[in-house]
Design a protein around this ligand. Structure first.
Ligand SMILES: NC(=O)c1ccc[n+]([C@@H]2O[C@H](COP(=O)([O-])OP(=O)(O)OC[C@H]3O[C@@H](n4cnc5c(N)ncnc54)[C@H](O)[C@@H]3O)[C@@H](O)[C@H]2O)c1
Length: 262
């Protein structure tokens, strides 16, 4: 199915690694021009190399999305380079530590909220005026099923993502009249560097055998009996960002193997 993404300009936050990086390459493969945002210059370089190797077009859009002024400058520079921003994917997020709420410091909690919720708000604030002026835009925000059903050891991260969901719905109501769609893609557990880092830490504290047993138990919670892969999330994001989804807005689509059915 042609998603009609060829020539579209897409800005993806946190696309220097993991799921965002996968999306960046997937958008480029569809012929989109990709502004690759991350706080990590190294990550951006890696993604741009991957895009180039696949014959796609991309450019660096480095900044810390918690810095409102820097986000404004990043969006202005990307829009100047490519002419506009058609699609904004808010993917960057931080989970500082996989630990119980009371084991985490207020500073860790602040960072999770600043990047995950305020970062998303900052980018939407910067990109929306151009979309409204052109009467065209797609906003795709990445949440997590932890925000929909609750998750031990992810309380504040999940709260920040819950904020992203609520914000998306309200924005969708505000800018629908401007031909702008805003939706949420909500992954369940997905094999990515972020998840692998959590598993590695668990292996150090619990041992590899117990972590392997735990993984089997986790799979049994998923009706499809598998953990998601990055391309499962990318596929949903590409659809949500396309005109094939033109009559869908303010919605939350879980990509979760049936883990939760809401
Ligand atoms: N992996 C999973 O199991 C899973 C499950 C549910 C939801 N998600 C969501 O999917 C998205 C991608 O997750 P991932 O697993 O690829 O994580 P990841 O940690 O690999 O990617 C996050 C990226 O965001 C960047 N980033 C962090 N702070 C930033 C900042 N201040 N400014 C700009 N960039 C910043 C990081 O450098 C990193 O490249 C996140 O929104 C995450 O919450 C992941």
């Amino acid at each position: 199915m042609d998603l009609g993404l060829s020539g579209k300009v897409v800005l993806i936050t946190g696309s220097g690694s993991g799921i965002g990086q996968h999306m960046a390459v997937a958008f480029a493969a569809e012929g989109a021009k990709v502004a690759v945002n991350d706080i990590s210059a190294k990550g951006i370089e890696e993604t741009l190399r991957m895009i180039e190797a696949a014959g796609g077009a991309g450019g660096a859009a480095q900044c810390d999305i918690t810095d409102t002024a820097a986000v404004g400058a990043m969006v202005a520079t990307a829009a100047k380079k490519w002419g506009r921003i058609d699609i904004l994917v808010n993917n960057a997020a931080v989970m500082t530590q996989h630990a119980l709420f009371l084991e985490k410091s207020p500073e860790q909690c602040d960072q999770e909220i600043r990047v995950t919720l305020y970062g998303t708000i900052n980018c939407i604030r910067a990109a929306l005026p151009g979309m409204i002026a052109r009467k065209y835009g797609k906003i795709v925000n990445i949440a997590t099923d932890a925000a929909r059903v609750g998750q031990e050891r992810e309380a504040v991260y999940a709260a920040a993502k819950g904020g992203v969901i609520a914000f998306t719905k309200s924005i969708a109501r505000e800018v629908g009249r401007d031909n702008i769609n805003a939706n949420v893609i909500s992954p369940g557990a997905t094999n990515s560097p972020m998840r692998n880092a959590i598993l590695d830490k668990m292996r150090q504290s619990m041992g590899a055998e117990r972590v392997a047993e735990r993984e089997e138990k986790v799979k049994r919670v998923y009706p499809l009996r598998r953990i998601g892969e990055m391309e499962d999330v990318s596929n949903a994001v590409l659809f949500a960002a396309s005109d094939r989804a033109r009559h869908i807005t303010g919605q939350v689509l879980s990509v979760n193997g049936g883990f939760a059915m809401l």
